[in-house]
Write a protein that binds this ligand. Structure first.
Ligand code: G1P
Length: 297
């Protein structure tokens, strides 16, 4: 199916303080999950869904990220000379994946502020917003499903996951009504990082959104919210409460595999799980893991 969504916006300006000291000089988006930078999984996911144009919102210290998606002639020549086609493909793959553009966020004033930096590049089109901390398992088709829901409803679409009550305060949380489709809900309001006992539901926003361009106009008028930052959740809540402003907001409830690589423990799990599934590393790693776990008393 040909989608009207051709562009993706990827905020990548965060300082990654949870991963210090690794992120002192390395962008957190470049941390390897097995042997591939986290950000490459995100770009590949969107490319599989038919998106070919990316805008990354970066900041200081993000040169490695730009270099990763650019040519590296020295490596290419060296591997060509050795006729090492397999490794050469690994070098050129990320360069050839998509058209990637960059804009800097400047002041770190929140996710809503980062998204606003995309207004000129995106223009009056709907777009996907992908948060790099979330890796969706490559076998899942979340983004494709979100695009289908978008084409059907013409509403902005956010991905939701049911989370345990003690975790809701780490997320944007949705107030929802059911629809005729079991995994699709209409969102009537949203709250950014509520306290567990005040959360309106256990449906947390994960880092995948299909947004109508009306969100930019709302963001321009959105005052700083939680943490003194301009919150995307607050702008989406305005769209959800006022469907006449931009078609409203629907949620797609995702029950598949997602890794929150912004959290160190979840990051470690993502590396193990994705490595275990690979033909080249899985058998060796799994055999070692069995012995290692058995030896822990
Ligand atoms: C951001 C959003 C939040 C969303 C989360 C998903 O928060 O503000 O609404 O639930 O991403 O990962 P952050 O994780 O950047 O603090």
């Amino acid at each position: 199916m040909a989608h009207t969504v051709k562009k993706a916006v990827v905020p990548a300006a965060g300082l990654g303080t949870r991963f210090l000291p690794a992120t002192k000089a390395l962008p957190k988006e470049m941390l390897p999950v097995v042997d591939t930078p986290a950000i490459q999984y995100v770009v590949e996911e969107a490319v599989r869904a038919g998106i070919s144009d990316f805008l990354m919102i970066t900041g200081r210290n993000k040169n490695a990220l730009e270099n990763h998606f650019d040519r590296n002639y020295e490596l290419e020549r060296t591997l060509e000379a050795k006729q090492d086609e397999a490794r050469l493909e690994k070098v050129t793959h990320s360069t050839d994946l998509a058209n990637i553009h960059y804009v800097r966020q400047g002041d770190p004033r929140g996710l809503g502020h980062a998204v606003l930096k995309a207004v000129h590049h995106v223009g009056h089109e709907p777009f996907a917003l992908l948060l790099g901390d979330d890796i969706i398992h490559p076998k899942e088709n979340l983004l494709e499903r979100m695009l289908e829901v978008f084409e059907k409803t013409n509403s902005s679409v956010v991905a939701l996951m049911e989370v345990p009550q003690e975790l809701v305060s780490a997320y944007g949380v949705a107030v929802v009504e059911s629809t005729d489709t079991t995994d699709v809900v209409r969102i009537t309001g949203m709250v950014e990082k509520p306290e567990a006992d005040k959360a309106p539901s256990n449906l947390a926003v994960i880092g995948r959104y299909i947004l109508r361009p009306e969100v930019f106009g709302i963001l321009e008028k959105t005052a700083p919210g939680r943490g003194g930052e301009i919150q995307l959740t607050d702008a989406l809540s305005v769209l959800a409460e006022n469907p006449d402003l931009g078609g409203g907001v629907v949620g797609l409830i995702f029950r598949g595999r997602r890794f929150d690589t912004g959290d160190r423990l979840e990051y470690l799990k993502s590396v193990v799980e994705l490595a275990v599934e690979r033909d080249d590393l899985g058998p060796g790693l799994l055999a070692w893991l069995h012995d290692f776990v058995a030896a822990q008393k």
